[in-house]
Structures are given as C-alpha cells and as structure tokens.
Design a protein around this ligand. Structure first.
Ligand SMILES: *[C@@H]1O[C@H](CO)[C@@H](O)[C@H](O)[C@H]1NC(C)=O
Ligand SMILES: *[C@@H]1O[C@H](CO)[C@@H](O)[C@H](O)[C@H]1NC(C)=O
Ligand SMILES: *[C@@H]1O[C@H](CO)[C@@H](O)[C@H](O)[C@H]1NC(C)=O
Ligand SMILES: *[C@@H]1O[C@H](CO)[C@@H](O)[C@H](O)[C@H]1NC(C)=O
Ligand SMILES: *[C@@H]1O[C@H](CO)[C@@H](O)[C@H](O)[C@H]1NC(C)=O
Ligand SMILES: *[C@@H]1O[C@H](CO)[C@@H](O)[C@H](O)[C@H]1NC(C)=O
Ligand SMILES: *[C@@H]1O[C@H](CO)[C@@H](O)[C@H](O)[C@H]1NC(C)=O
Ligand SMILES: *[C@@H]1O[C@H](CO)[C@@H](O)[C@H](O)[C@H]1NC(C)=O
Length: 359
C-alpha cells in the first residue's frame, strides 16, 4: 500500500467553547490556539486550557433495572440526553426524554476508534474499551487530549452512548494536541483492517478526523468497504463542501454532518455539507465522557458521527449478517427525511434514526 507523502491532518472537529454561547474567536483568543498550517481557517481552543470547565455531573445513571425499563425487544433510558432522544424519535417535538434502543444494545460489535486514544478506565465504559495499538511516537497509550474519550462515549458509554453494550477498540493515531499525520493514520487503518478480518466479528471503523483531500486515502477506504467493513466519518467543521477534504470525500464510506438542537445545520462550529454527506446527527452541546472520569459538553461533527457508528452497532448486534450494502441502504431509506432546516440543496436532508421498526 503506497502511503501518501506525510501530510499533517487535523482532527479536532469539535469546539468546547460553545457551552458559553459566545463568539468562538473571543473565547479562543483567551486561550492558546492550535493552528494547523494546512488548514488555516481552522482554529480550535486548546482543550487542556479548558479543564476548569469540565462538567462532572451526570444527569443519568447507570442503573439497568430502574432506568432501563424493559420494553420487550427495546429498552428505554428515561431522562436521556436530548441528542439520544432525537435519534430514536422521528418527531422533533418528543414530549418525553426517552431514548429507545434495540435490546442487544450493540453487544458483540466492535467499533475501532482511530483518535487520540481512550480513557479505558472511565466508569462509563464498564470495561468495554480495549486498548489497541498506539502509533504516536513519544506518547503513552492513553488519551491526553480527551477527544477520543468523548467520541467513544457517544458511541458506547452507559449513560451517553447510543450502543450501550458495544465494545470500543482504541487505535491511537492522534497526539496530545489532536494532530496526526496521514502515514500514522494509515498504520492505524491497516492494523484495524487486519484485526477485523482476523477476528471476524461485526465491526465498524470510526474516524472523527479530517484533513486535506487525498485520493490515496479515499481509495483505501473504498477497499475497506469492499471488504464489508463499515467506515463512518465526520464531515468536518469548516462550513464548506466535504467533498474537498479526506476522508470526508470518500464516496463509499458514511459521512456524517451535524445539526443543532433546533434541527438546523450546525452553525457553531459550522458543519460541512454537500453531496459527499450521507446523513446528519445531533452535534450541538453533546454531553459525553471525558478523561479522568469526567464528562463534558462539546459541539461539532466529531460528536455527530459517533451517533451513526452507535446506530450501526445497534443494527449489527440485532443481525450480524447485514452486509455493508444492506446497512447503507437502511441508512438511506430509514433515516428521518426532510425534517431538518437550512440544509443546502446539494445535501441529503436526512437524520439518522435508530429504530425503524418502532414507529
Ligand atoms: C495548551 O495549554 C497547556 C496548558 O495551559 C499548555 O501546556 C500547552 O502548551 C498548550 N498548547 C498549545 C498548543 O498552545
Ligand atoms: C437507580 O435509579 C434511581 C432513579 O431512577 C435512583 O434513585 C437510584 O439511586 C439508582 N440506583 C443506583 C444504584 O444507582
Ligand atoms: C415521540 O414523540 C412524539 C411527539 O411528542 C410522541 O407522541 C411519541 O410518543 C414519542 N415516541 C416515543 C417512542 O417515545
Ligand atoms: C406523549 O404523547 C403521546 C402520544 O400523543 C401520549 O400517549 C403520551 O402520554 C405523551 N407523553 C407524555 C409524557 O406527555
Ligand atoms: C475512574 O473510576 C474508576 C472507578 O472508580 C477507577 O477504577 C479508575 O481508575 C478511574 N479512572 C481515573 C483515570 O481516575
Ligand atoms: C438479517 O439480514 C439479512 C441480510 O440482509 C436478511 O436476509 C435477514 O432476513 C435478516 N434477519 C433478520 C432476522 O432480520
Ligand atoms: C448484501 O446483502 C443483500 C441482502 O440483504 C444481498 O442482496 C447482497 O447481494 C449482499 N451483497 C454482498 C456484496 O454480499
Ligand atoms: C434551493 O432550491 C430552492 C427550490 O428549488 C430554491 O428556491 C433555492 O433558491 C435553492 N437554494 C439554494 C441555496 O440554491
């Protein structure tokens, strides 16, 4: 496999600053900024500066008997975060705070998260995080940055996760500032591919990562999908056409944009759009796990894409003979259509929906 000349890519498809509802530039200017020379328009807050703003209170409990009332094939998480309610009810005006999900809850499915590592000791994961390899030189195999822990929490944590019994495999390819390089990402992808083919369990590759356009990256992802490995990707946060970046332009993969709490395309930060997107998911003020047993609200397409990986895990745990073609068809036909506002004409007006059979 030829490797693209090492280019720096930037992952941080996230802003934590918007919890304050103030202008991004002002907030970031009070903190150190991380700038990536290849993506000049991207400015992110230095998350390590924001430690004082970590939210430690969790509104829901890991309490299987009383919180999750068994509804036959489905379970209900009462008092669930609004983003989970939204993907399990086609109505924007849900009159409850119930997250309803298929009872297998993703068990038996592995999600390979290529990111900054994962805090596998977080109580919210209940031991369901496997630490895979670390491809970042000069750092230990843990999440210094927090991004990978947050993303994984939206996929599979007990209180904030879509697939509450799925397993995460952490593949560390991004450093403590959230930066990575294509050659390192390739190492991670190759490892995940080999591991998935060897283990032969239902698996998903998740990348809340984006960088410069690369045909090498795109065609590699096409080859994974041809091997029936679903790949889920965040659309990016530059407010531009996702087809101009990779991996968000990889046609075969599933590319996810972000909406806000009013069902509009996310403005802060701005979700990418365009024909390369397959579906949207909530991406504003998403509460999830953070390093050192904390929780945190973050916004961005990094937070939206894990809703889709979690949903695929729910489906695969109910039926492990679903191939990628069937999954993608289900995503296209069973998502909630034309419910979203301000979606550009070139972009599918499609919101991920976890439970087609329930309504
Ligand atoms: C981020 O903030 C931490 C703590 O204040 C500091 O040590 C680090 O150098 C900063 N990183 C950048 C890229 O500014
Ligand atoms: C279980 O949830 C209920 C609220 O529904 C709470 O009162 C109780 O303390 C929880 N139990 C545990 C062990 O967390
Ligand atoms: C979804 O929301 C609608 C509108 O409030 C409500 O009538 C319906 O019961 C909700 N569905 C579920 C499964 O909670
Ligand atoms: C929500 O709406 C449904 C259908 O209209 C109704 O059956 C249910 O009682 C309502 N739930 C609440 C909590 O108001
Ligand atoms: C998180 O809490 C669990 C359970 O108390 C503990 O085992 C683990 O070490 C904690 N993790 C960190 C990073 O403190
Ligand atoms: C599982 O998926 C396969 C392939 O799409 C389909 O043929 C089969 O009917 C499904 N099984 C169930 C129980 O839905
Ligand atoms: C995927 O499954 C569908 C049935 O759900 C089947 O028609 C199709 O041939 C399968 N595709 C591959 C590549 O196996
Ligand atoms: C989208 O399509 C509608 C209806 O065809 C048109 O009125 C509108 O101007 C279009 N918007 C953009 C941004 O192209």
């Amino acid at each position: 496999m030829a490797i693209a000349s090492p280019m720096i890519i930037l992952i941080i498809l996230t802003f934590g600053c918007f919890i304050f509802q103030v202008d991004l530039k002002k907030v970031c200017s009070q903190h150190s900024q991380i700038r990536n020379p290849l993506l000049k328009r991207t400015t992110v807050c230095n998350v390590s500066d924001l430690k004082g703003e970590v939210y430690a209170s969790s509104p829901v409990h890991d309490n299987d008997t009383s919180i999750f009332k068994n509804k036959g094939k489905y379970h209900v998480q009462h008092g669930a975060p609004a983003n989970l309610v939204r993907i399990s009810n086609r109505s924007h005006h849900a009159n409850n705070s119930d997250y309803i999900y298929a009872s297998q809850a993703g068990s038996g499915v592995d999600i390979y998260v290529l990111d900054s590592g994962v805090d596998n000791t977080h109580v919210e994961f209940g031991g369901r995080v496997i630490l895979g390899p670390n491809f970042v030189e000069g750092e230990e195999n843990r999440d210094y940055f927090g991004h990978g822990t947050h993303v994984s929490g939206v996929i599979a944590s007990t209180s904030f996760g879509v697939a509450k019994k799925a397993s995460i495999v952490s593949v560390k390819v991004l450093d403590k500032l959230g930066d990575g390089q294509w050659d390192v990402i390739f190492k991670g992808l190759k490892w995940a591919q080999e591991e998935i083919l060897k283990k032969n369990r239902p698996s998903i590759i998740h990348m809340s990562v984006n960088g410069d356009f690369s045909t090498t990256v795109n065609s590699y992802l096409e080859s994974l999908v041809e091997q029936n490995i679903p790949v889920v990707i965040a659309a990016g946060n530059l407010g531009v056409d996702a087809c101009d970046f990779s991996p968000s332009s990889a046609k075969a993969a599933i590319t996810v944009g972000a909406i806000d709490v009013k069902d509009k395309i996310l403005e802060y930060p701005k979700s990418n759009f365009g024909p390369c997107l397959d579906v949207f998911a909530p991406g504003e003020n998403i509460l999830s796990t953070w390093i050192n047993n904390a929780t945190k609200l973050l916004s961005g397409t990094s937070m939206a894409a894990p809703h889709v990986s979690g949903t695929l895990a729910l489906w695969l745990s109910e039926n492990n003979s679903l191939n990628f073609t069937a999954i993608k068809r289900r995503l296209v036909t069973e998502s909630t259509l034309n419910a979203l506002l301000n979606i550009p004409n070139s972009t599918a007006n499609s919101l991920v929906f976890t439970n087609p059979p329930i309504e």
